[in-house]
Structures are given as structure tokens and as C-alpha cells.
Design a binder for this molecule. Structure first.
Ligand code: 2RA
Length: 361
């Protein structure tokens, strides 16, 4: 019998759900044991649930749908029970998450890509190498909500790349203010409805609903102490560009202490992240790759570095407008480190920390 932890996945048929299926394939300690989606898919095999009325097989990843997943029976999210499961991954939209996640968290840990609970004071927002210790909030959450499980969301994918690059700067020099402009891939918008081809080809769309607020609030929450947001000032402009995968961000950072370009590059290169994350199965050999070529990072060339789990940084320069200013460009894989693989990494951390394991009967 398998000794892997048994995972349920809600929102299994959507694009984010498919990315979870991919992220969990051949995982050394986790396996998918239950798939849940909307009542429309309930009772069907996963392959049948993906079929559109026009006959299109709605599997959107480049890798083949694994045969054992294709055969699995899908249940309605509202019917999924904790029995026989160790944890839940959630890939549902925020409104569905608001209803389903608290029910499931009564018995099980819920690792979520949804934004529904990210801003609650008793909910940590963890990027494992950056703020692994924020998991201490989970015990308080369990007590306050009287649950055996808990809800642990991952941040917005645009926040992830920014926070990963700010963490070594905060550790080495302190950060006081950040200005950031993103150039975000279309995959970030999902497929329902997603971004229409006619809107994005030959174009840049200068607004993504609620995105800038998320980046600003989440960055402060992640860089702060558990339950106490950092006082860094964050201002962003989020745009959508005609790129499939990989968010590019131009960041301008005011440091607390002056640092040279070489100091900043060294701080990022040498940053190892939280000690508990170094040996996690999904951890890359380095969290940040600093590139010297002034024409990098580029999403097409750099998003898949270390399996999409590393953030690539280039164009590090001094900034003469901000106090102790530096500026750089980063690329972070929005659907890997910024989504499903990042959520799996969080589950791995919470296993090491003893928050996950122990199956309800
Ligand atoms: C986007 N960050 O790219 C969002 C996805 N959650 O639209």
C-alpha cells in the first residue's frame, strides 16, 4: 500500500486544477486520490468531465493527461468528504472558495490558490523560502475557528516574484519603498473567461482588476512578521501582455541602507531562503538566478528555470530618484512557482513543520 499522503483537489477541471494535476504527477510523498468540480461534472470520469459540448477535449496542458487521472470519477465539490484524505488542494474561484474551503477545513488542511481568505488576520500567506515561520498563525486559526484542519493560501502569482526578490534585500539592507510595473502573461487570467485573443494580440492591456491592490497588501503581509504587516510602501501598475506564461516585473526599490549593484546582485545570488525549505522535493537549487546579460530575463527564455520554481533577475542598476535606490527586472513563472507548484511546495513545508499528516477516519 502507498504511504503517500492522499490529496483531494477541488476545481479539478479548470486550468488551475489541471496545473495541480501536473504538479502532483510522480510526487514522492503526495498523491491525488479525489477530484471534485462543479455539479455539472459530478459522476463523470475526469476525461468525460473535460469534454465540451462541441466535442473539444478541454485538457490544456502540453503534457498528456495521465491515464489513471482520466479514469478517476469526479464528485461535486459540495459532496467531497474528508474520509480517507490527508489534505485538500483548492483551485476554485474565490466565490466558490469562500463557501467550500471553510467546510473542508473543519477536518483537513486546505492549501489554496484562491484569494478568498488571503487577507484574514489569522490566515498566513506563505512563500516557503520567504516567510515559512508565518505558519505559526495556523494553530491560532484552528483554535479561533474550531477546526481540525486550516486554510493556507498561496499569494497572487504577481506578488510571488516580487516578494522572492525583495526578501534578500530586506535581509541584507532593509526595504522602505517599492514601485513595480508588471507585464503579465495571459495564462494568469485563466480560461473562463480569460483574455480574448482580439484584445491581447498586437496589444498591451493596462489594467488587471484588483491586481495592484493584491500586490500591495500581500507584499507587506509576506515581508512582515506573522500577523504584523511590514511598513514597506508598495505601489504597482499591473498590465497584461501577449505572453503565454511568465510574469515580467520592473521593480524600483528604495533600500534602508545604501548598497551597490554588486552588493544587491550578491545578496540575491547568495540568498538561500528559509532553512526548512532547502531540501523540499519541489525546491530549486537556487531561488533566484541573477543574469548578467542586459537582454535578460525574458519570459520565453527564463520562466522555466529550475522547473519554473526559480525567479530570474537581471538589469540590476542603481536608481538615482529613490533614496538608496536600485532597480531590476524579474521573471517568475506564474502558473508554476506562482500557482500549483508553489502550492505543492507549501504543502511540503507544512508536512516538514508537522501541520500536515494524520488522516481523519
Ligand atoms: C493574473 N495574477 O495574472 C493573476 C492571476 N491570479 O491575472
Amino acid at each position: 500500500m502507498s504511504t503517500k499522503l492522499r490529496c483531494g483537489l477541488i476545481g479539478a477541471t479548470g486550468l488551475a486544477g489541471q496545473q495541480f494535476i501536473s504538479a502532483l504527477q510522480n510526487h514522492p510523498t503526495l498523491e491525488l486520490s479525489a477530484l471534485a468540480a462543479s455539479p455539472r461534472s459530478a459522476g463523470k470520469s475526469y476525461a468525460d468531465a473535460l469534454k465540451a459540448p462541441n466535442g473539444m477535449m478541454g485538457w490544456f496542458l502540453t503534457e498528456t493527461l495521465p491515464a489513471e487521472i482520466a479514469r478517476m470519477k469526479v464528485v461535486a465539490g459540495s459532496e467531497l468528504t474528508a474520509t480517507g484524505l490527508d489534505l485538500i488542494f483548492s483551485a476554485v474561484e474565490a466565490d466558490v472558495a469562500r463557501e467550500l474551503e471553510p467546510k473542508l477545513a473543519k477536518d483537513l488542511p486546505v492549501i489554496s490558490a484562491a484569494s478568498a481568505f488571503r487577507y484574514d488576520d489569522d490566515v498566513p500567506l506563505i512563500i516557503p523560502p520567504v516567510n515559512a515561520s508565518h505558519s505559526e498563525l495556523l494553530r491560532g486559526q484552528q483554535k479561533a475557528r474550531n477546526t481540525k484542519g486550516f486554510i493556507a493560501p498561496i499569494p497572487n502569482c504577481t506578488t510571488t516574484g516580487l516578494a522572492v526578490t525583495l526578501a534578500p534585500l530586506e535581509d541584507a539592507f532593509g526595504v522602505q519603498a517599492v514601485l513595480m510595473t508588471s507585464m503579465q502573461a495571459v495564462s494568469g487570467a485563466g480560461r473562463s473567461p480569460g483574455v480574448a485573443a482580439l484584445d491581447i494580440i498586437d496589444n498591451v492591456v493596462p489594467h488587471i482588476s484588483k491586481e495592484e491592490h493584491k500586490v500591495e497588501v500581500e507584499t507587506k503581509k509576506i515581508l512582515g512578521a506573522a500577523g504584523k504587516p511590514h511598513d514597506v510602501r508598495v505601489s504597482s501598475t499591473c498590465t497584461r501582455v501577449a505572453v503565454l506564461e511568465g510574469h515580467t516585473e520592473a521593480a524600483y526599490v528604495s533600500l534602508k541602507k545604501k548598497a551597490s549593484v554588486q552588493d544587491v546582485a550578491a545578496a540575491m545570488r547568495e540568498w538561500k531562503g528559509h532553512a526548512q525549505t532547502r531540501d523540499l522535493p519541489s525546491a530549486p537549487p537556487r531561488w533566484i538566478e541573477v543574469l548578467e546579460d542586459p537582454f535578460r530575463p525574458q519570459p520565453r527564455l527564463d520562466r522555466d528555470t529550475h522547473g519554473g520554481m526559480a525567479t530570474s533577475v537581471g538589469r540590476i542598476r542603481e536608481d538615482s530618484v529613490l533614496e538608496h535606490g536600485v532597480k531590476y527586472v524579474l521573471v517568475s513563472h506564474n502558473t508554476k512557482m506562482g500557482a500549483a507548484k508553489g502550492a505543492v511546495l507549501l504543502a511540503e513545508l507544512l508536512m516538514v513543520q508537522g501541520f500536515i499528516g494524520g488522516r481523519p477516519g
